[in-house]
Design a protein around this ligand. Structure first.
Ligand code: AP5
Length: 218
């Protein structure tokens, strides 16, 4: 099955994507992670993306669309993929649909994480990420066993540049301006499933699991 996770910054898309891809063996494709990885590896595309990401703006479509289409064309995406952070506007959604149609595929379900802005802001301001393995924590909701240290690899936990207050505010504005209309886009196609992003991690996972099991996934 091919899935899209849609919702504002901090809705918990990345957190659920990790658990769902483990449980249901989806390929997890996160555009944010791919762009951050490209930057870490010193690639030109990563350097170009950083100037937009640091301001909370969307990275130009030509950069993002190409990396996603290339990734989901690979062998390990054949059994199904889970897109986290893509598409983020109607142009990206159209291009995704067209590329998939060319190989006889489509997006089959969109999980929309409806989340209040208070929850988004609280989650993003408290998020800490491992510098080494990119694992996600939250100072209150998902604290590491030892403050500032990753539970999995012992790496240093840092705050993402774009999780600073001013950038978070702009990311939410950009979401409303550019991305929110995708709710209607996918509703019209009758593939949108709304879930509450305000739920805690385990309860939200249970809700999604039931939806996927109804579609025959095990
Ligand atoms: P990206 O990395 O995709 O960021 P985002 O969409 O803003 O999403 P986040 O990662 O901030 O939030 P999330 O919903 O994944 O929440 P998470 O699970 O981490 O994009 C970053 C930038 O890259 C963009 O601003 C843009 O510049 C660029 N970009 C990326 N894709 C692009 C595209 N397609 N086009 C153009 N530009 C693009 O959770 C957040 C925190 O809350 C964590 O600390 C977590 O521990 C905690 N938490 C999670 N779930 C719960 C829960 N249920 N209860 C309590 N705490 C929770």
């Amino acid at each position: 099955m091919n899935l899209v996770l849609l919702g504002p910054p901090g809705a918990g898309k990345g957190t659920q994507a990790k658990v769902l891809s483990r449980e249901f063996k989806f390929l997890h494709v996160s555009t944010g992670d791919m762009l951050r990885e490209a930057l870490k590896e010193g690639k030109e595309v990563g350097r170009r993306a950083k100037t937009y990401m640091d301001k909370g703006e969307l990275v130009p479509d030509d950069i993002v669309i190409d990396i996603v289409i290339e990734r989901i064309s690979q062998e390990d995406a054949k059994k199904g993929f889970l897109l986290d952070g893509f598409p983020r506007n109607e142009r990206q959604a159209n291009q995704l649909d067209e590329s998939l149609a060319r190989v006889g595929k489509k997006v089959e379900m969109v999980l929309y994480f409806k989340t209040s802005s208070e929850v988004s802001i609280a989650r993003l301001s408290g998020r800490r990420v491992c510098q080494a393995c990119r694992a996600n924590f939250h100072v209150k909701n998902m604290p590491p066993k030892k403050s500032g240290i990753c539970d999995y690899c012992g790496g240093k936990l840092i705050q993402r540049n774009d999780d600073k207050e001013k950038t978070v505010k702009n990311r939410l504005v950009v979401y409303e301006k550019e991305t929110e209309s995708l709710i209607g886009y996918y509703k019209e196609k009758d593939i949108l499933q709304e879930v509450s992003g305000d739920l805690d991690v385990d309860n939200l996972f249970e809700v999604i699991k039931v939806l996927l099991q109804k579609e025959g996934l095990k």
